[in-house]
Design a protein around this ligand. Structure first.
Ligand SMILES: [Zn+2]
Length: 383
């Protein structure tokens, strides 16, 4: 079948003040600092027929030029109806999206391919990134496998907090520079921004990069397509929350196009030892206050050790309330139990990071006696 991937035009609108710009690579509104939302000129969203996620979900991504796209993407990961785990906890329709089957074993591969295409379209040559390991490794994998000249000009500068050094992979490449810093993850973002400003590089923006958010939402789109029905619940472990916010933005488009009837209840999961968002939500606060922050984050799930998510939390707070979702914490023993279940019952080699979302789903259904608990629930199991 002939692929018919549409060209489109995108403008960027501030979520807060509504200011519109057609800027090349804008992370925040230049008037108020708000989050930027990409708005395209498509009349309807279609799903293309392709084995690669970027091509299949092209209409939902902030990419404009099909002829410039990279010649790869991610292949489908399994969607598992986990009857056995569901039966243990009285959850009728528990579905696991096994994102450990991606190339770098994490859902961040979805982000990296879309963000790389985005940078290529915007003609960005040097970008600065910081992560606890998975995002940087996913970018590294792509930059390493770029055997064509297509993005050989893109150079990645990685700020790596010392404590997460071992979690970084795929970084041996001529177009990757590493800067090890002895600081926590929240401060590493400030260091990354400074490095970018000083050298005229692009800070790629994490949560505020719309290509990252849309890329991560492809796991949800794919699961929805695989189920061929709506999910009533969506569970994901959160650090800045960019994945779940991406799902929110994409679900709004699906609803607007009539593909789904209602938005899934979005549930953000953190571990008890580092749960600033949960604490703020329990206080019914729309912002992170000093008392919610965690100075020296620690915990089993290393990928989500962010003690200060002040910048992204207000957007998540609104999204989670709009979908009647929640923020909940899980303990070490709950994470351990979920990991064992994934490993032994479903043969999914999940890490602690991957197990957090399942632990959260189990706890959520235990704590809330919901009328719609028999409806399909999707859990994103990342590596
Ligand atoms: Zn604004």
């Amino acid at each position: 079948m002939q692929l018919n991937i549409k060209e489109k035009e995108i403008v960027y609108k501030c979520y807060k003040c509504g200011k519109v710009s057609s800027s090349n690579f804008q992370l925040k509104c230049d008037s108020c600092g708000g989050l930027i939302k990409p708005i395209d000129n498509l009349k309807e969203y279609e799903i293309n027929c392709s084995a690669l996620d970027v091509e299949r979900y092209w209409d939902f991504l902030p990419l404009e030029k099909p002829e410039e796209r990279l010649p790869f993407g991610n292949r489908r990961t399994p969607l598992i109806h986990s009857v056995k785990i569901g039966d243990l906890f009285n959850i009728d329709n528990l579905f696991l999206k096994d994102e450990t089957k991606n190339n770098t074993r994490s859902t961040k591969d979805r982000m990296a391919i879309v963000a790389s295409n985005f940078m290529k379209e915007k003609k960005i040559e040097d970008f600065v990134v910081t992560s606890t390991g998975n995002s940087t490794s996913a970018f590294g994998y792509l930059l390493n496998r770029i055997e064509t000249e297509k993005i050989a000009h893109i150079r990645m500068h990685c700020i790596i907090p010392k404590e997460f050094k071992q979690r970084h992979r795929n970084l041996e490449s001529e177009n990757i520079s590493i800067y090890e810093v002895d600081d926590n993850f929240s401060n590493a973002h400030k260091i990354a921004r400074d490095l970018a400003n000083k050298n005229n590089f692009k800070y790629e923006g994490g949560f505020f990069n719309c290509a990252r958010r849309a890329g991560l939402s492809m796991a949800f789109l794919e699961a929805w397509e695989q189920l061929n029905s709506d999910f009533s619940f969506y569970f994901q472990a959160v650090s800045s929350g960019m994945g779940i916010y991406g799902v929110y933005e994409t679900a709004l488009k699906l609803k607007k196009s009539g593909y789904i009837k209602k938005l899934p209840k979005l549930v953000c999961i953190q571990q008890e030892s580092c749960n600033p968002m949960v604490k703020a939500f329990m206080d019914d606060s729309s912002v992170i206050l000093d008392k919610h922050k965690v100075d020296k984050p620690f915990g089993l799930a290393k990928a989500i050790l962010r003690g200060d998510p002040s910048e992204s939390y207000p957007y998540l707070y609104e999204a989670i309330n709009n979908t009647n979702g929640s923020f909940i914490s899980v303990s070490d023993s709950e994470i351990e139990e979920a990991r064992l279940l994934l490993n032994k019952v479903e043969n999914i080699g999940a890490t602690y990071d991957g197990a957090v979302a399942l632990a959260g789903a189990i706890k959520y259904f235990k704590e809330y006696n919901l009328e719609d608990k028999q409806e399909p629930a999707l859990v994103n199991i990342t590596g």
